[in-house]
Design a protein around this ligand. Structure first.
Ligand SMILES: Nc1ncnc2c1ncn2[C@@H]1O[C@H](COP(=O)(O)OP(=O)(O)OP(=O)(O)O)[C@@H](O)[C@H]1O
Ligand SMILES: [Mg+2]
Length: 247
């Protein structure tokens, strides 16, 4: 008897395809992506520019829909959900972190984090408590009242991560979270992800940085809209397409 592992995974992606219509041209961004992320795993997603990493993250976050294939977050299939249920799932089960933080500049660190909880339906007092606890856990309690502009890049990204965690998401998705940071900031953010991972948080992180990827528990790679096998050597990226055998 076989047990369907994907039923219990934090994330199960099967045969996902996505084509963008750009003017008269069609860009086949995803050409049949399969990926399973188990509960509590910390996975780094790598691959050359344009291979479809951000497109995949957008679909997983429910910000866009696949043309074909299935996506299950915490066992719930999201590809056919109506707009309202998708928005609710996005608020409750998915936390998103971007390269450029996207904090609200005129709100304090605490307010930025609390807002995410408020939008998802928490009462103001509960939202504030949760935001304060998160900033405390992330070592930023003394920065609660600061505007984002007064914080270092690494601190800003930690506030953005606190915001992404405000609704205790099943899945934390991060698109090049260290891409805009210097090496100290990147180390700060990686260290935080590793702590969250040890506390049981499931994380899928896109990165171009080999050192950052090495800090994850597992590395997966994409090329030309598809996943490569986990153990496929990365060197293949450096071989020009014209010289590759069998493609
Ligand atoms: N909204 C869009 N309309 C048309 N084409 C798009 C759109 N978004 C992405 N693409 C194209 O889809 C392909 C995949 O893009 P995507 O942004 O997912 O790549 P990526 O792996 O995240 O790249 P990078 O590492 O540079 O961020 C690229 O060819 C890109 O130009
Ligand atoms: Mg991208």
């Amino acid at each position: 008897m076989s047990i369907d592992q994907s039923a219990r995974a934090a994330l199960a992606v099967r045969g996902v395809r996505k084509t963008y219509e750009a003017g008269s041209a069609a860009v086949r961004a995803l050409r049949g992506v399969d990926l399973t992320v188990s509960d509590g795993e910390f996975v780094a997603l790598m691959g050359p520019s344009g291979c479809g990493k951000s497109t995949l993250l957008h679909l997983l976050a429910g910000l866009d829909r696949p043309d074909e294939g299935t996506i299950a977050v915490a066992g719930t299939r999201i590809e056919d959900l109506g707009a309202q249920r998708l928005a609710r799932l996005r608020r409750r089960h998915v936390g998103l972190v971007f390269q450029f933080f996207h904090l609200i500049e005129h709100m304090s660190a605490l307010e930025n984090v609390a807002l995410a909880a408020l939008v998802a339906g928490a009462r103001p007092a509960e939202a504030t408590t949760r935001a304060r606890d998160l900033l405390d856990t992330l070592g930023l309690l003394d920065k609660s009242g600061e505007l984002p502009g007064a914080l270092s890049g690494g601190q800003r990204q930690r506030v953005a991560i606190a915001r992404a965690l405000a609704n205790r998401p099943t899945l934390l998705l991060a698109d090049e979270p260290t891409g805009a940071l210097d090496s100290d900031g990147a180390a700060e953010v990686l260290d935080l992800f590793q702590r969250l991972h040890r506390a049981g948080q499931t994380i899928l992180m896109v990165t171009h940085d080999r050192e950052v990827a090495d800090g994850a528990q597992r590395r997966v790679r994409m090329r030309d809209g598809r996943m490569l096998a986990d153990d496929e050597p990365s060197l293949v990226h450096e071989i020009p397409a014209s010289l590759r055998a069998g493609t």
